[in-house]
Design a protein around this ligand. Structure first.
Ligand code: HEC
Ligand code: HEC
Ligand code: HEC
Length: 403
């Protein structure tokens, strides 16, 4: 099974024998929650972990695979070393390279011991015979051996190494956010080959996911650094509240972050949630360069549109209140470099988790049928450049693409 990859890389290492680790299936169960294996490996209405979840990427469509204990269609026959190679190196036992839609570029940060616990946990998953769905990727992305080159360029194999100048909690947060939690998968922009841009880590990413109508559209995972267009206004308790309950003083989950909270972050221990928050507030503020400011005419139209359609809940100041609507001032969604998530909320209304997760208040409706692309573009432009916000102008074409 030693492929070209292993010949090219000197940093590849094999794990020690499984029984030398202090690993347990219970630890693995918790780690699987933090890593959100469920969201990506359990299809709606499908058997747990049997795969078949669709991922639309700029390179075509990819489906997740069956990671149940079925020997034929799942990973039932895999040894610990096989599993380790998949999680760390992105390689199957037969030497096939896996696509980085499976976030092994982040999972590689895991300690060998945590991978051992995850292995013990996956051993407890009931076998389900569900064959993989064939991918629909464009050439040359369909050629898996080419991933060797990609990995040489972009796949760092080193486990997380703690920063001794920081607290234990900060380091734990870094380990979880950069590693198992794979927050960068959606919150970090990617280059033209789909690799995360390290110098812009966590400043906001764009990817395709379903909107309410079931179609795949762009979403922006927002800036999570403490920049004014990111989480500047949030304190650590706000971040903990959002990760555990889906809402904070500043925002309510309303899109794909919903699944992340419901399937993963709400299960974080208090200490781990606090560690993630400490890390996010402790990294340097950073942001992408936004588009230009809207012209005065657009702003005027936007202000009227906002007053008529939004101001009654989000208030003329944009500050909202606890009952009517969240604050749009300093909001990371509103100011994201790519306005996709903001436009999706306006077009389709917020997609909220079931009670008791989000307080019962006046719900925001969808505006997609009521307002034209032009109307929404001017409202979005206005909201992005008022109340102290610094997002740029939005064009009607951008709105049209989100429909
Ligand atoms: C963001 C989505 C995503 C998350 C999160 C995710 N996976 Fe996957 N995983 C995938 C996709 C997609 C594939 C298929 C990749 C391919 O076909 O090259 C895959 C493949 C795998 C494989 C290889 C199986 C095979 O032969 O195809 C294993 C093992 C695996 N995942 C385990 C896990 C575990 C354990 C977790 C949780 C810690 C996890 N995955 C979380 C998307 C994900
Ligand atoms: C599947 C993609 C995805 C992953 C993985 C993901 N996020 Fe998000 N996140 C989003 C999107 C999209 C939003 C915008 C709001 C929404 O979808 O509800 C968001 C919003 C947020 C917000 C709220 C920002 C605001 O102003 O509303 C925080 C905080 C956050 N994410 C933290 C995290 C952390 C921490 C992780 C890793 C544990 C993470 N996210 C992983 C997609 C993702
Ligand atoms: C009936 C009251 C109401 C109206 C009208 C309304 N909203 Fe909202 N909006 C809310 C509430 C409440 C939320 C929080 C999610 C929820 O609980 O439904 C929200 C969420 C949002 C969010 C997501 C913010 C975040 O960080 O979570 C944005 C952006 C937004 N609204 C923009 C607008 C815009 C722009 C308009 C006008 C086109 C508008 N809203 C009209 C009540 C309203």
């Amino acid at each position: 099974m030693v492929g070209l990859f292993f010949l090219l890389r000197e940093d590849v290492h094999a794990p020690a024998a499984l029984d030398t680790y202090q690993a347990t299936p219970e630890k693995g169960r918790y780690l699987a929650l933090v890593g959100n294996c469920t969201s990506c490996h359990t299809r709606e209405g499908g058997k747990p972990y049997a795969g078949g979840v669709e991922f639309q990427t700029p390179f075509g469509i990819l489906y997740s695979t069956n990671i149940t204990m079925d020997r034929e269609t799942g990973i039932g026959g895999w040894s610990f070393e096989d599993f380790f190679d998949a999680m760390k190196h992105g390689v199957r036992p037969d030497g096939t390279h896996l696509y980085p839609a499976f976030p092994y570029t982040d999972f590689a940060r895991l300690t060998d011991e945590d991978i051992a616990s995850l292995f013990l946990f996956v051993q407890t998953i009931a076998p389900e015979a569900v064959p993989a769905r064939p991918n629909e990727l464009a050439f040359p992305y369909s050629v898996r051996p080419l991933l060797v080159v990609w990995k040489v360029l972009f796949h760092d194999l080193d486990s997380y190494s703690p920063d001794m100048t920081r607290s234990d909690s900060w380091n734990r947060g870094a380990y979880l956010v950069e590693g198992l939690g794979h927050c960068g998968a959606c919150h970090t922009p990617r280059n033209f080959l789909g690799a995360e841009k390290e110098d812009l880590a966590l400043t906001g990413g764009v990817y395709l996911d379903k909107v309410k109508t079931g179609k795949f559209r762009e979403w922006s995972g927002v800036n999570l650094t403490p920049a004014p267009t990111g989480l500047a206004k949030w304190n650590e308790d706000d971040i903990v509240a959002y990760l555990k309950n889906g809402q904070s003083r500043h925002a309510v989950v309303n899109g794909p972050m919903n699944d992340v909270v419901m399937n993963s972050t709400r299960f974080l221990t208090d200490a781990d949630a606090a560690a993630m928050a400490a890390y996010l507030k402790g990294i340097p503020a950073n942001e992408q360069r936004g588009s230009g400011a809207p012209d005065p005419e657009t702003l005027r139209a936007g202000e009227i549109g906002y007053t008529v359609h939004c101001g009654s809940c989000h208030l003329p100041t944009g500050l909202g209140d606890d009952i009517l609507g969240v604050s749009l001032a300093g909001s990371a969604i509103v100011q994201a470099e790519n306005p996709a998530s903001l436009l999706n909320v306006i077009l389709y209304g917020p997609h909220l988790p079931a009670p008791p997760f989000v307080v019962d208040r006046t719900q925001m409706k969808m505006f997609g049928k009521k307002l034209s692309d032009q109307d929404i573009a001017s409202i979005a432009s206005y909201v992005r450049s008022s109340f102290g916000n610094r997002g740029g102008a939005v064009s009607p074409e951008q709105v049209g693409r989100q429909r």
